[in-house]
Design a protein around this ligand. Structure first.
Ligand code: SF4
Ligand code: FES
Length: 247
């Protein structure tokens, strides 16, 4: 396949960026999207040009690092996958592909397609954990009976990989889907109940302080989420927040 790539290039958060055109030839439909970018970067390096900076780590849909907006969609045109799982067979010979970083006030661009998602870490630090006594008398988690339905829903919430596609997709740059997944994975389990009120208040307050927008129930986040995190989690977080506020 021969393709035209229009890629966002930006030196740092302070400088303005712009779309730059690149031609790339002989791309196999079996290549992953990131392998295609690797080919482009090899060509740029051979010419002495600056390679395109983009984030990646596991390249198997686990780490949440690959964060590209491709042809106007977070993680590209496929559903239920991350950018690293996207393959070039989704595109046609002669296509023009627009590649941009995830855009949100709380995710400033570091360089080109790499954004700073430290804001997600800060929300996690505000309450996305349980405090467990590890002095030797910790109760074995398997000894605590948990209804299968609750365990399944907690596990589904825990599959959020913190990629930020929900924020990048949302017209309000809301982080509600991410935060609600992190709140829900504990709210549904007995181990998470002890600190539930502080957790939801602290995480939501941190989310607001970091400049994420509000949820207006559009649902785009659920559509673009590579892990199929359900909007049900946002409803649960709102209930948890109300309960905690009235205490
Ligand atoms: S909720 Fe989905 S889109 Fe948002 S960070 Fe988690 S995995 Fe990514
Ligand atoms: S590189 Fe890890 S999820 Fe894509």
């Amino acid at each position: 396949m021969n393709l035209t790539l229009k890629i966002w290039r930006q030196n740092n958060a302070k400088e303005q960026g712009k779309m730059v055109d690149y031609k790339i030839n002989n791309i196999s439909p079996d290549m992953s999207f990131l392998e295609m970018l690797d080919v482009l970067n090899n060509e740029l390096i051979e010419k002495g040009d600056d390679p395109v900076a983009f984030d990646h780590d596991c390249r198997e849909g686990i780490c949440g690092m690959c964060s590209l907006f491709i042809n106007g969609e977070a993680h590209g045109p496929d559903r239920g996958i991350t950018t690293c799982q996207l393959h070039m067979r989704k595109f046609k010979d002669g296509d023009t592909i627009y590649i941009e970083p995830f855009r949100a006030k709380a995710f400033p661009v570091i360089k080109d397609l790499v954004v700073d998602r430290t804001a997600f870490d800060k929300i996690q630090h505000a309450g996305g954990f349980i405090s467990v006594n590890t002095s030797g008398n910790t109760q074995d988690a398997n000894a605590i009976p948990i209804p299968k339905h609750d365990a399944d829903r907690a596990f589904d919430a825990a599959t959020c990989i913190g990629c930020g596609a929900c924020v990048a997709t949302c017209k309000n740059s809301s982080a509600m889907l991410f935060v609600s997944a992190k709140v829900s994975q504990f709210a549904l389990l007995p181990q998470g109940k002890v600190e539930a009120a502080d957790r939801v208040l602290n995480m939501v307050n941190e989310m607001d302080a970091l400049g994420f927008g509000n949820c207006t129930n559009t649902g785009a986040c659920e559509v673009e989420c590579p892990k199929g995190i359900s909007l049900e989690n946002i409803a649960r977080m709102n209930r948890e927040y109300l309960k905690a506020s009235l205490k």
